[in-house]
Design a protein around this ligand. Structure first.
Ligand SMILES: Nc1ncnc2c1ncn2[C@@H]1O[C@H](COP(=O)(O)OP(=O)(O)OP(=O)(O)O)[C@@H](O)[C@H]1O
Length: 586
């Protein structure tokens, strides 16, 4: 993997490094090279490199980049989100040390927590935009701005607790607390993870820093650190993500003596694009020079000139022109600043472009149930047992076994391989996707001698799984078929034109980026406007526009469509910063 001098200096620095640099400057590339180097440095067979990323999609990207450029032995790198790390390496193995978790628990998925919270909010007279904070601080306190939000949060916890459940935020707190009360847990982890790297550090929450720092601070032999981020891309401030200065990082990781690096070249975009998106950079500093793209490219802005009703047609025409000019489907991305308008845009584009492939998570029947036990079972059932997927399937099977053991099932004699054998032996003639899954789940339960009448949690997850999958399929108005073939296609590596939120495509790049919904209320979101100081909205706005525009390598099409109305019936206006940006668009 070719590295520039600046990248080389950071990767090969003999100490702890923090790279703060612009989009497209090769932070993820440097991080991947550092991981490969770290694997070479692992001394014992049990040592691993820990790579913490912000989304599962980002973790997959790192794994894919590693696989493309290096040959790395299985099991030497653990890459995933800090939530999954906390669950897999802290909560699951050490739950017995916690009085609360000891008596049994499970993790509530997003679908369930959102359902409980929105019901409580409406019961208590809170509006759609009233924020209820559920994140814990290091003292285990959840702070809310007003008494009603506080009451919702408390009742929410009671409901979860009565179901013996914890949510993501709570799992982070328990993970931290386990290490607070038993420093030897952190020491054990530092003996395994002798090298730790963090991608997109600007989105890390306080408790997440605390967890990583605990492992570092309690260790006898300090793990090596490699941290990368870009403060200007911190778009998760709303859920507690915060960027730390070098001094703050050094204070957090005691005695780490982290050295800061920066990269000045942009390897992704044309100079014209770099100049364009640099105007949204809130925090100054860092030169941005296009390293190897001299094309003129295109930057277009349709400011209130396309009606919402004709937006999908306008976007589909642009896509068609791009495809006709030879751009591949995988190099085109349609972005919205928020999740809300994505589903209907996806449906319309699929209808308008029936022969084009789309990678659109909004259409997945499994959307919103990442943590459901039955989703992991489905992954095993719907992926082919191939050599390439062997290690992933063993990992999923182990996850299932751990889950079953936690729920006190007698699966002591069962190994991942045996479980896979059971799953692989299932056969059904039905072509209907959900029916196939139901039959298969019944078969597995019977083979493992598990009676759901005695496991209400597993039963509840099963019901939630089908309730959500069926509603996802129905909401797609027949765009998505309930067939085994279609369900299987969702677990294959995604290809096609990406339609996602700007949060979902962080760190990614496309030759052509088409962004819509660039309207006040989406950019920034109402939450950053409503009852907030003006600066909060301005910061959120510049960061989102910065992230969106910097995904493009060559062409950027921006839409602030007209005709959208708020719940009160007022028209949505163009985002202020775009409206006042005096730019010579094409
Ligand atoms: N030294 C280099 N030589 C050639 N190409 C490079 C070099 N460094 C990075 N690139 C390429 O530039 C693109 C951007 O790199 P990368 O995704 O690592 O940037 P990043 O800083 O992580 O961006 P972002 O902040 O947007 O996530 C990638 O296609 C990468 O392969």
């Amino acid at each position: 993997m070719k590295l520039s001098n600046e990248q080389h200096a950071a990767v090969n620095y003999n100490g702890n490094a923090y790279v703060a640099a612009c989009p497209g400057s090769g932070k993820t590339r440097a991080l991947t090279a550092w991981i490969a180097k770290a694997v070479e440095e692992l001394k014992h067979k049990n040592n691993k490199v820990l790579a913490v990323t912000f989304t599962n999609r980002a973790a997959d990207e790192i794994k894919a980049r590693l696989a493309e450029s290096f040959t790395i032995e299985n099991g030497r790198v653990w890459a995933g989100t800090i939530h999954s790390f906390a669950l897999e390496w802290l909560i699951k193995p050490y739950a017995s040390y916690s009085a609360t978790l000891n008596s049994g628990y499970s993790v509530a998925d997003e679908f369930e927590t959102r359902k409980i919270l929105s019901k409580l909010k409406s019961d208590k007279g809170l509006g759609f935009f009233d924020d209820v904070n559920t994140t814990f601080n290091r003292q285990g306190v959840v702070e809310n701005q007003n008494a009603r939000a506080e009451a919702v949060e408390q009742e929410y916890r009671q409901i979860l607790s009565s179901r013996k459940k914890i949510d993501f935020d709570q799992s982070l707190y328990f993970a931290f607390q386990l290490m607070e009360t038993r420093p030897e847990i952190a020491q054990n982890l530092s003996n395994i993870f002798t090298h730790i790297c963090v991608d997109e550090v600007q989105d890390t929450q306080d408790l997440q820093y605390a967890i990583l720092a605990k492992i570092f601070n309690e260790s006898h032999i300090k793990p090596s650190l490699f941290i990368v981020g870009d403060e200007n891309q911190a778009i998760y401030g709303g859920i507690g993500g915060k960027s730390l200065t070098l001094a703050e990082l050094n204070a957090e990781f005691v005695g780490s003596n982290i050295n800061q690096f920066t990269f000045s070249d942009n390897y992704r975009s044309t100079q014209r694009l770099v100049d364009y998106f640099s105007a949204f950079r809130g925090v100054q500093g860092g030169v941005s020079k296009a390293a190897h793209r001299n094309e003129q490219g295109i930057i277009s802005f349709f400011n209130q000139s396309v009606d919402k009703e004709h937006l999908a047609e306008a976007i589909s025409e642009l896509i068609q022109t791009e495809l006709n000019s030879g751009t591949s489907e995988n190099d085109i991305c349609v972005i919205a600043p928020q999740w809300a308008p994505i589903r209907s845009m996806t449906k319309k584009l699929i209808t308008l472009l029936p022969n084009v492939k789309f990678d659109a998570p909004a259409l997945s029947p499994f959307h919103g149930q990442q943590d459901n036990f039955w989703l992991i079972v489905s992954k095993l059932v719907l992926t082919e047992p191939s050599e390439k997927l062997f290690s992933s399937r063993v990992r999923w099977a182990n996850e299932l076994l751990n889950n079953l053991v936690e729920k006190h099932h007698h699966t002591r004699d069962l190994t991942a391989k045996k479980l896979l054998k059971v799953i692989n032996s299932f056969h059904s003639d039905t072509g209907v996707g959900t029916k196939y899954l139901k039959e298969c789940f019944e078969f597995i339960l019977s083979e493992l001698d598990i009676d759901l009448a005695y496991d209400l949690l597993l039963k509840e997850q099963l019901d939630l799984f089908f309730e959500k999958a069926t509603s996802n399929i129905e909401n797609n108005d027949g765009q998505y078929e309930d067939t085994v073939v279609a369900l299987k296609s969702f677990f294959k590596r995604s290809t096609g034109i990406v339609i996602n939120s700007c949060h979902g495509v962080k760190g990614e790049e496309y030759k052509t980026v088409i962004a819509f919904g660039l309207l006040k209320g989406f950019v920034p979101h109402w939450n950053d406007i409503y009852k907030q100081p003006i600066q909060v909205g301005l910061d959120a706005q510049s960061k989102m526009l910065y992230v969106i525009a910097s995904r493009a390598k060559e062409k950027l099409f921006l839409f602030a469509e007209n005709g959208r109305r708020t719940r009160r019936g007022d028209p949505y206006e163009t985002s202020d910063m775009l409206n006042t940006y005096n730019y010579q668009y094409d």
